[in-house]
Design a protein around this ligand. Structure first.
Ligand code: SF4
Length: 296
């Protein structure tokens, strides 16, 4: 099968087998995102998915039996109904019988559209470690980003995941509140994360990409971006307020100017030290968040 869609997976899934099951994004309107512009959301048919799995099995031979984890490609494949997801998971297990975990991106509204029974059924089938674009803990900022869901809704839906035992990895973005509001955002985001208890937190830093509403808003002065020092102060405040000892904190995205990662109970103070040093030595002129190049 030839898949011509956009393939993006979280960097921490670099060693996971990627299986396309959707293309595009059901929302496709966040102000900072140009990943799927002009690409309508589409669910791949069962024959398309089966073709891909058959080719994989043929190419990998006996090594396909070692695959235990699959990442489903697409901006939000969790938008599929539980029936459609379960049909595709059955297929995966027919071709890759030792797969135990199926992971993917999920928007908050993808979770909301499923009943508790649906969530239990997909968990039972192996769905786990959902990647959630939390972005920040302030409702008005999420509205400005046009995420189309609030922090309160994210909290409600992540608590539903927790109740059925589906782990989640939350993506937070520095700089979303703009100049002067980073610390407020950090405190709200930390309070939210402390309640919804992700297994992992992934950080990236907001940048203005070509063709985005954010890029336009910066040009017209409707959005004043935070300085890099403010972004790092936001990150330090956020990290310092997290009370999630077992959580893995990952801020090694290409858009993050300071690379830190670790388990909070072991590595938090070392990560805070590195941020403190970087805040004192940040070179604003060396970093452009409005380079207007490419995509994420
Ligand atoms: S950030 Fe995610 S949800 Fe928003 S438009 Fe981009 S892919 Fe879709």
């Amino acid at each position: 099968m030839k898949y011509s869609g956009t393939i993006y997976s979280p960097p921490i899934e670099a060693n996971t087998f990627l299986l396309p099951i959707t293309d595009g994004c059901t929302h496709n309107s966040c102000t900072f995102c140009n990943m799927y512009q002009g690409i309508p959301f589409r669910m791949l048919s069962i024959p398309e998915v089966e073709d891909y799995l058959a080719e994989t099995k043929q190419s990998y031979g006996k090594y396909s039996e070692r695959m235990e984890r699959v990442y489903l490609v697409g901006a939000d494949p969790f938008a599929l109904s539980s029936k459609n997801l379960l049909e595709r998971i059955d297929l995966i297990k027919r071709y890759l019988p030792n797969v135990k975990t199926i992971t993917m991106y999920a928007r908050t509204d993808n979770i909301a559209s499923k009943s508790d029974e649906d969530l239990k059924a997909v968990k039972e089938a192996g769905v786990d470690d959902l990647y959630i674009g939390v972005e920040c803990g302030l409702n008005d900022v999420l509205e400005n980003l046009n995420k189309d869901y609030s922090a309160d809704e994210t909290k409600k839906q992540c608590l539903r995941l927790n109740a059925v035992g589906i782990h989640h990895c939350d993506l937070l973005m520095l700089g979303t509140a703009g100049k002067g509001r980073g610390l407020e955002c950090a405190r709200a985001s930390a309070a939210l994360e402390n309640e919804i208890k992700p297994d992992k937190i992934l950080i990236n830093t907001m940048s203005a990409f070509v063709g985005t509403q954010l890029d336009e808003d910066i040009k017209t002065g409707d959005f004043i971006p935070a300085t890099e020092k403010e972004n790092l102060e936001e990150e330090r405040e956020f990290l310092s307020q997290l009370e999630l000892p077992e959580c893995y904190f990952w801020a090694v995205h290409p858009l993050d100017s300071v690379k830190i990662e670790g388990i909070l109970k072991d590595d938090k103070s070392q990560m805070l030290d590195k941020l403190a040093w970087s805040i004192d030595h940040v070179n604003e002129s060396g970093i452009s968040r409005t380079s207007r190049v490419g995509t994420l």
